[in-house]
Design a protein around this ligand. Sequence first.
Ligand SMILES: [Zn+2]
Ligand SMILES: [Zn+2]
Length: 125
Amino acid sequence: MEIKGSCCCGAVQFVIDDRPSMMGKCHCSRCRKLGTSTMVFVKRGQFRLVSGEDKIQSVEPQPPYKYVRSYCRSCGTSLGEPLSADDTFPINAHCLDDDPGIRISFHEFVAEKPDWAQGPEEEKA
Ligand SMILES: [Zn+2]
Ligand SMILES: [Zn+2]
């Protein structure tokens, strides 16, 4: 199983070998503003950056927030942590071009979820 992903302009391309370990959604204001709130967690050995490493700009977190957030310098797409040295790290689920084969299994910082974000589930017609 190979799951491809990319930024909006296509400069950053990556491949995830085999399905990610989990998918979660963070409702903190930082993740919402930086644009990576739904993420898949990948193991370093299963993640390959195919192109665009020189385009990736990272933003370090301030406590209590814990995830580095990166974006493509050309198009602004939020990527997650594709340059992480950790064993497991988050990648923006919105960058995936293929179905990762898993679904959202947890939510973080739910107390920071804005009231306007409450509503009916989006169902595909
Ligand atoms: Zn881009
Ligand atoms: Zn967050």
